[in-house]
Design a protein around this ligand. Structure first.
Ligand SMILES: Nc1ncnc2c1ncn2[C@@H]1O[C@H](COP(=O)(O)OP(=O)(O)OP(=O)(O)O)[C@@H](O)[C@H]1O
Ligand SMILES: [Mg+2]
Length: 346
């Protein structure tokens, strides 16, 4: 009994139907042989070739049975393959409608509706999170700029003035040294605060736009890490809508940060161009590469959010991100977004 329930839970529907049909064919053929043997016995001769004929008939009927079942179960296999693609991270996969069983067609339709709903829900949640995150970053960067950085600047300026006075007026040397160290700590804290401010929301992005912001990012993050960088821009001579600039900057910032963090690359090519009503951003490295499908298919708790966030940000402005990579063959991240103004710029 246990064995039966074990087999039942371990065997696919296809195998069960195949085995059941095969059993019927085998039993039928065995009965036919027994009846025929009995008949031939009574006739006192048993032609061997007729047994062969029955065996061939049995093999043919088993083959036909297998082929028919494969065709009949095709919609189910397609459904399974699609859900497996979704499991591995391809959320755009949908079950193609293969003509066949109406029950399976209904299940496929329901699966597609469910996937559409999940995609809508995921995008709405992601949109809210990303907008809230961007607003929060802007707010913190502004506070740091208006409050913390101003106060620190004034501390540094005052400490410099006190230090100058102290040095000239014969104050204890140890005290002067301490004053000097305190000023240096304040200066470092000010530099660190400025760096944090820029990481949160580079003012150059708001003030000058996407291209200068990317150039600034490359100069401040890629070159100091010892990588060679090539930055090419074409067709982008005007500012883009703010939403588009933010999305493209964040996506390319994440792709470039990944190169610095993970790629062990020597060079990185960053390219931004606008043509045919589309803006394309490209980040290509010659580093160690990685298994994209394995990484994206991992459970969310086991992986970073960078690649996932890129896709979501692109989707919010109607675009998409394609990541191509393989171990030992570098990585290419390509983001494409529709140009809101339909490519009216040279
Ligand atoms: N350019 C790259 N070269 C080599 N491996 C990469 C590259 N980009 C991503 N990866 C691999 O893909 C994984 C997932 O990247 P992802 O940006 O999603 O997460 P993360 O960078 O680890 O964390 P987070 O971005 O959340 O700080 C990385 O851990 C890394 O193994
Ligand atoms: Mg990352």
């Amino acid at each position: 009994m246990r064995l039966l329930s074990y087999l039942h839970s371990r065997t696919s529907l296809f195998t069960k139907v195949l085995v059941a049909n095969a059993a019927i064919a085998v039993i039928g053929a065995t009965c036919a042989v027994l009846i025929a043997t009995h008949f031939w016995n009574s006739q006192e001769h048993a032609p061997i070739w007729e047994f062969g004929l029955i065996a061939v008939g049995l093999v043919v009927s088993l083959g036909v049975n297998y082929a028919l079942l494969r065709v009949a179960f095709r919609p189910l296999f397609t459904l399974h393959a699609t859900l497996d693609r979704v499991r591995r991270g391809d959320f755009s996969a949908r079950v193609p409608m293969v003509p066949g069983d109406p029950d399976i067609a209904r299940v496929s339709e329901m699966a597609n509706l469910m996937l559409d709903r999940l995609a809508e829900h995921r995008q709405a949640v992601a949109a809210q999170i990303l907008r809230a995150q961007e607003e929060e970053r802007k707010r913190i960067a502004r506070e740091l700029h208006d409050e913390t950085a101003q106060s620190l600047t004034s501390i540094v300026v005052n400490l410099e003035a006190i230090e100058r006075q102290a040095v000239g007026s014969g104050v204890d040397e140890a005290l002067c040294e301490r004053l000097h160290l305190t000023k240096e700590v304040a200066q470092r804290t000010l530099d660190e605060t400025r760096r944090l401010m820029m990481d949160l929301r580079p003012s150059v992005l708001d003030d000058l736009g996407l291209v200068p912001a990317l150039r600034w990012f490359i100069n401040h993050r890629v070159l100091p890490a010892g990588l060679e960088a090539d930055f090419q821009v074409s067709g982008l001579t005007e500012r883009l809508p703010e939403e588009l600039e933010t999305a493209l900057f964040r996506i390319m910032q994440e792709a470039i940060t990944n190169v610095v963090k993970h790629a062990k690359a020597k060079t990185v090519l960053v390219r931004l161009h606008r043509e045919h009503g589309e803006i394309t951003g490209l980040v290509v490295d010659d580093g160690q590469g990685f298994h994209v499908v394995h990484t994206v298919g991992q459970p969310v708790r086991d992986r970073g959010l960078g690649l996932f966030g890129m896709q979501e940000r692109a989707a919010l402005v109607g675009g998409k991100v394609v990541v191509e990579s393989a171990p030992g063959r570098g990585t290419t991240v390509r983001v494409t977004v529709p140009d809101r103004r339909g490519g009216d710029v040279r």
